[in-house]
Ligand binder design. Structure first.
Ligand SMILES: Cc1cc2nc3c(=O)[nH]c(=O)nc-3n(C[C@H](O)[C@H](O)[C@H](O)COP(=O)(O)O)c2cc1C
Length: 182
């Protein structure tokens, strides 16, 4: 069982890196799955311009950068999207990354860890609508952080309660991922 922690900000000095690493630290104490950060900035992904719909590509892409991202996502049984909120919505680069894919996501569960001036809640509500198009199962428990209260510069300063909340989220996500994978 493998859960991908998808880091969806590509900005210099992004806060998202610290959030994704915290998710990995807490999750790695568990024995129910392996956990890996999938950092979209590492794939140098192009803007979607392929005339063939990604869903019709069946996980086989001409662009090696997209293929590498596809392979990384396809290897996962479920996901945690680590998402900031930009302009009351989801980050464009993250949406583009997901737009590049098709069946790698289909029928898999996804949970959300969000952050922003307003905790990223609006971004997650948008993500829940978007992932429905892949028949993904969005998990109800959600972790939120405020950039004015939960960070020291770019570094996340999570409370013990956040660690427990994340464990609770994983208690829901992982069994569903296992059932769906079976
Ligand atoms: C272009 C842009 C728009 C933003 N708009 C919002 C917003 O609408 N609501 C919000 O809560 N935070 C907003 N923020 C604040 C971000 O949530 C905050 O900068 C956060 O650190 C971004 O994540 P990152 O550092 O991982 O990229 C915005 C930030 C940027 C760069």
């Amino acid at each position: 069982m493998k859960i991908g922690i998808v880091l969806g900000s590509i900005r210099d000095h992004r806060k998202g890196e610290s959030v994704a690493n915290w998710v990995l630290d807490v999750a790695s104490k568990r024995t129910d799955a392996t956990y890996e950060v999938i950092d979209i900035s590492q794939f140098d992904l192009p803007l979607l311009s392929d005339e063939v719909l990604p869903a019709m590509r069946h996980k086989s892409y001409d662009d090696p950068r997209v293929q590498a991202f596809s392979d990384a996502m396809d290897a996962c049984d479920g996901f945690i999207f680590v998402t900031p909120e930009y302009n009351h919505g989801i980050p464009g680069a993250f949406k583009n990354a997901i737009d590049l894919l098709g069946s790698e996501l289909n029928g898999k569960p996804v949970a959300f860890v969000s952050y922003g001036a307003a905790m990223g809640i609006r971004a997650v509500e948008q993500w829940r609508q978007i992932v429905a198009n892949f028949n993904m199962f969005d998990i109800r428990p959600q972790i939120t952080f405020g950039i004015f209260t939960d960070f020291d510069g770019p570094k996340l300063t999570p409370s013990e309660r956040s660690d427990k909340d994340l464990d609770g989220l994983l208690d829901v996500l992982v069994p569903i991922a296992a059932k769906l994978a079976a």
